[in-house]
Write a protein that binds this ligand. Structure first.
Ligand code: B12
Length: 211
């Protein structure tokens, strides 16, 4: 039996190999990837975040945890594909300029992919020009913007402005998220939707496209 508490512990303490080992065991046992991510992996990242905020963990520990999280998530990604038989729509996603946090954004991307969306994941530190080019190139219907810093969240508004300037605003639904982002901030900058977790992001994406 895969010991998922060991997976939680491995991410919390940044042990990549143990995290991968337990994840592979869980995959072999057909355990639902969403359960693994929501109940164990995300919880470990939340808890290392709390430790960091309390001064009990430091940047190297965060990086190790992030690496273990990413390693385990990469193994689970293919398990989440193929649930839907046809594409739900195209999504361009990225973390905005100046911001290097990508764990939450990658979770959102994986959940969307797992639920049948085609996802173009641009990475981190993405300028409005890059977002616009990717939207045009892929004719995507949804743009997902992530920011984890209070200093970078304002850049989301610049991206929305750039959409307007490029005549794309009416064709693209904009979803925003990340720890400092809120529903009221989303409304204030003119986004179409906000969610504080990856599961709700999928529901939101579906409802925006059916609206
Ligand atoms: C891990 C981490 C790092 C790692 C990032 C590794 C990586 N590859 O991502 C490293 C060590 C690199 C890092 C660096 C820094 N960090 Co940091 N980091 C964190 C930490 C502890 C956890 C973030 C995380 O991964 N959470 C887990 C994921 C799953 O949650 P999430 O990102 O919130 O995503 C969920 C939702 O928000 C939502 N979501 C996210 N994006 C989107 C997008 C859409 C469209 C939708 C719908 C939903 C959605 O769904 C996700 C999944 O459920 C946070 C603390 C915290 N509690 O958030 C600090 C934190 C964000 N960091 C902080 C700081 C200050 C920094 C640094 C400036 C530190 C420094 N002095 O160098 C640098 C900045 C580097 C940069 N330019 O970006 C501060 C920000 C403070 C602020 N008010 O701005 C925080 C809050 C810590 C703190 N309390 O001081 N950090």
């Amino acid at each position: 039996m895969a010991d998922l508490d060991k997976l939680y512990e491995a991410i919390l303490t940044g042990k990549l190999n143990v995290a991968k080992e337990v994840t592979n065991e869980a995959i072999a046992e057909n355990i639902d990837p969403h359960l693994i991510i929501n109940n164990y992996m995300s919880r470990a990242m939340e808890d290392i975040g709390k430790r960091f905020e309390e001064g009990k963990a430091f940047v190297p520990e965060l990086l190790m945890a992030a690496r273990a999280m990413k390693g385990a998530l990469d193994l689970l990604k293919p398990q989440m594909k193929g649930a839907a038989s046809h594409s739900q729509g195209k999504v361009v996603i990225g973390t905005v300029k100046g911001d290097l946090h990508d764990i939450g954004k990658n979770l959102v991307a994986s959940m969307l992919e797992g639920c049948g969306f085609e996802v173009i994941n641009l990475g981190t530190d993405i300028s409005s020009e890059k977002f616009i080019n990717a939207l045009k190139e892929n004719q995507a219907q949804i743009l997902c913007l992530s920011a984890l810093l209070t200093t970078t969240m304002n850049y989301m508004q610049e991206v929305i402005k750039a959409l307007e300037e490029n005549g794309l605003r009416s064709q693209v639904k904009v979803m925003v998220g990340g720890a400092p982002v809120s529903e009221s901030f989303a409304r204030q900058i003119g986004a179409d939707g906000y969610s504080d977790n990856a599961n709700a992001a999928v529901t939101l994406a579906k409802s925006l496209l059916s609206a």
